[in-house]
Design a protein around this ligand. Structure first.
Ligand code: C2E
Ligand code: CA
Ligand code: CA
Length: 776
């Protein structure tokens, strides 16, 4: 059985125990009582059987005495002696009446019936008693005999004068009055039964007629076991049968009514039921109260535990010294522990473990209300070269430095509304007013000098990005992104301070979009190649061109490479672009290499390509694949790319040069390197940057630089290409400087392959025009 509540279970168990106990007790008591009653009934019947025998014996003796006195009576003896039938009958009748005999008879000494008060007397009924009397001495004999099926106590006494002249017999029936008399003595009912025509029949009985009718059915069983008390389920009395005569034809059956002991048994049983019922009801109440006394505090505790789980600050239910009290106290302690841990977790969730300042989560939670409510300024600080401080002094010192900086930030005047360390070496400060450059400088000043670390002092340089915002315009994310953009820009500033400018976020978003779209766009055919011819000016003609990439973006239109090449480099995608370019350009170069004016095509590479150890092998494989000689390919690398990791890049350039590829230094003059540095580079060509070429006809300095560079390059065995020539006047200068080739809008803008073919076809006439004003 399943219980929904502990209370139900407790009540059920208590009641079950009690019921079992009551049933066991009741059963034992009632069984014992029943057995005792039965024994007692048996005993009573046995006693009353003895009493019955005693009574019958006593009566037999009394009757014998009476008959003996009669037999000795002189008048009687004389009447018998006369043998006058009439006299004898009259005397028998008179004397019989005197002693209340209902049967009188006279037998001759040989047993012949001389006279009888009963005309139907059957001699066979009295023969056994007569033989006993004849065999015996002169004493009367008495026995109970069946006369015509009726039980009689029959006494035979000798009549002597002085010799035996007859036997006189007197019979006394075992009748109703006798039965009543015996009942009076024993207190038990009695029935006399006999066998007539081979069947039992009941004679006189003190039983009620209803009970009396049931008796014959029982008789055979009772008689089968004489003197044994027997009961039958159909009877409401127990009986015992006693044989009255020697032939066992006559029986006295004594009855003890069950009612006598049954009523006390029933009374006790119903008493037990009442007691049990009362005890059960009482127990139900007690069990209910008891169960409640247990479950109530437990319910309160479970409610309390639920509140703990839900985080309510509920008070523990009061408890005593028992287990419930102990549990209550334990739960209460647990509640306190949980609260403490929760507070700790809450603190940890919103605070930085190194400095104890708010972390990014806290900023995200707290910042919005300020962004909504006031104009203000978000300032993000970043330590310059913090990575090398960590590398040199170790992380623990790096942490110490961050802690000291955090302490100084906490003492700043004016104090920020919000001070947090979102991560790394970055700190965020929120002010409820906009900031100007001077104010930022004043704020930063006390943060810069003298941090004590490992007995030495360290000075910091900080970058500061500032976003001055107007109330209610931005989400936390947008604000943080903008101050981050400002910080990125601050890295490029000499004083390390930059303010967010309107529109930067949008271009930043645009850049993110480009980075995101780029890999897919390469596969989707959004890229194409244009070619810009390099014109040989010393011996006018064209034998080479530079391949430049273009991106036709479906939403943004034509995106110039200046906008995405740097992004691709920063996002690690430049390798994809270079590979794409090499594949397309090498495939295309095969076409021009076979033409009447064979063209060498140049592809721009970034420093990341040069650091790729596979590069030379990949290019060799592509050349092989398209059956293109290496001489048909040129590669342009910038001066700054080489300087990034000079040894590796120079080794890579050697490998490419060994393949037979032409190598150019691009944008020469814009980097920091000296001209002498060129000597180490295994290149064939130097491309002078557009910055020195575009105004060469006006700017003497540019002309000097171009001339010097050209001379030095030539002396090192490099050819020289000038980039960005836009007009005739500049051409003359470049010729004068001795440049070999020119790449510029003056001759050709970047064009598609088809356009370049057309341009090449027109080239001889064009050369005439371009160089007509210049000396040959
Ligand atoms: P760059 O390698 O210096 O390419 C020359 C750039 O100068 C080209 O710009 C070209 O259109 C431009 N130009 C040439 N002559 C003149 C002129 O007379 N006047 C003016 N104003 N400009 C001239 P573009 O095509 O926009 O390329 C810009 C830069 O993008 C390139 O500079 C190069 O650094 C990069 N780039 C272009 N294509 C690729 C590429 O496939 N791979 C790599 N890694 N970078 C590329
Ligand atoms: Ca170039
Ligand atoms: Ca260039």
């Amino acid at each position: 059985m399943r219980f929904k509540s502990l209370r139900g279970k407790l009540i059920f168990i208590l009641l079950l125990m009690l019921s079992l106990l009551a049933l066991a007790t009741g059963f034992a008591t009632l069984t014992t009582l029943k057995r005792d009653s039965e024994l007692q009934a048996q005993h009573m019947l046995n006693v009353s059987a003895k009493v019955l025998r005693q009574a019958l014996d006593t009566r037999a003796e009394q009757l014998s005495n009476s008959v003996r006195i009669l037999a000795a009576d002189f008048g009687f003896r004389r009447a018998v002696a006369t043998a006058e039938q009439e006299t004898i009958e009259s005397v028998l009748h008179n004397h019989g009446n005197r002693i209340n005999a209902s049967l009188t008879l006279l037998l001759a000494p040989d047993g012949t019936l001389l006279a009888s008060s009963s005309p139907t007397l059957n001699m066979a009924d009295i023969t056994p008693l007569f033989q006993q009397a004849a065999a015996g001495n002169d004493q009367p004999v008495a026995a109970i005999v069946s006369l015509n099926g009726q039980p009689y106590q029959l006494v035979l006494a000798p009549v002597k004068a002085p010799n035996l002249i007859a036997h006189v017999g007197m019979g006394f029936p075992l009748d109703g009055p006798l039965a009543q008399q015996i009942k009076g003595i024993t207190g038990l009912d009695i029935s006399f039964t006999g066998i007539r025509d081979g069947r039992h029949h009941v004679g006189n009985s003190t039983l009620s007629s209803a009970h009396r009718q049931q008796l014959p059915d029982l008789l055979s069983a009772l008689i089968a076991q004489p003197d044994t008390v027997q009961s039958s389920p159909q009877q409401d009395y127990v009986s015992v049968a006693l044989p009255l005569d020697q032939q066992q034809q006559l029986w006295a059956v004594q009855h003890l009514s069950n009612q006598r002991w049954l009523s006390s048994y029933r009374q006790l049983r119903s008493q037990l039921f009442y007691i049990f019922g009362a005890a059960l009801s009482l127990s139900l109440v007690v069990a209910f109260i008891f169960a409640r006394s247990i479950t109530r505090p437990m319910q309160a505790l479970s409610q309390f535990a639920r509140h703990i789980g839900q985080g309510f600050a509920a008070a523990a239910p009061p408890g005593g010294d028992d287990e419930v009290g102990l549990l209550s106290r334990t739960l209460s302690t647990m509640q306190q522990d949980i609260q403490q841990r929760e507070q700790q977790l809450l603190f940890n969730a919103e605070h930085d473990s190194v400095t104890g300042l708010y972390n990014r989560t806290a900023i995200e939670r707290l910042l919005q209300q300020w962004l909504d409510s006031c104009d203000g300024s978000l300032l993000q600080l970043n330590i310059q070269q913090f990575k090398s401080i960590n590398d040199v002094l170790g992380f623990s010192n790096g942490d110490l430095l961050l802690q000291q900086l955090a302490q100084r930030l906490q003492r700043l005047v004016p104090a920020p509304l919000l001070l947090a360390r979102p991560g790394g070496d970055e700190f965020i400060l929120l002010y409820p007013h906009t900031l100007l450059t001077e104010q930022v400088q004043q704020l930063i000043k006390p943060l810069l000098n003298s941090y004590k670390l490992q007995h030495s002092s360290i000075n910091l340089k900080l970058y500061a990005g500032i976003y001055n915002f107007a109330a209610g315009q931005l989400s936390v994310n947008d604000a943080l992104r903008r101050v981050d953009i400002a910080l990125e820009n601050a890295r490029q500033m000499p004083d390390g301070i930059a303010f967010y400018q309107q529109g930067q976020d949008e271009s930043h978003q645009r850049e993110l979009g480009l980075i995101r779209d780029l890999p897919q766009a390469l596969h989707n055919g959004q890229f194409f190649v244009v070619y810009q011819a390099k014109v040989n000016i010393q011996q006018p003609g064209c034998s080479s061109a530079e391949a430049l990439i273009r991106w036709q973006h479906p939403q943004l239109g034509l995106v110039p490479p200046d906008q995405f090449i740097k992004l691709a480099e920063h996002s690690g995608n430049i390798g994809l672009i270079s590979q794409w370019m090499l594949q397309h350009v090498i495939a295309r170069a095969a076409h021009w290499w076979q033409s009447t004016t064979p063209l060498q095509l140049a592809v721009n590479l970034s420093v990341f390509d040069l650091l790729n150890p596979q590069l030379a092998d990949d290019i060799a494989a592509l050349l092989q694949q398209h059956q293109l000689p290496a001489a048909a390919l040129a590669l342009e690398v910038t001066e700054s790319a080489v300087m990034e990791d000079a040894d590796t890049v120079i080794a890579q350039l050697h490998r490419l040069r060994n393949l037979g590829i032409t190598l150019s230094i691009d944008d020469f003059g814009t980097g920091q390197s000296s001209l002498a540095y060129l000597k180490q580079l295994p290149v064939h060509e130097v491309k002078i940057d557009r910055a020195f070429v575009k105004d060469i006809e006006h700017n003497n300095n540019d002309a000097l630089i171009v001339r010097a560079t050209t001379q030095l390059a030539h002396s090192l065995g490099f050819s020289v290409t000038a980039e960005g020539l836009e007009n005739q006047a500049g051409l003359q200068q470049l010729l004068d400087c001795g440049c070999d080739k020119v790449q510029g809008y003056y001759f050709a803008k970047p064009m598609t392959a088809t356009q370049l073919d057309a341009w090449l076809a027109r080239l001889p006439q064009q050369l005439q025009l371009w160089f007509s004003g210049a000396p040959a």
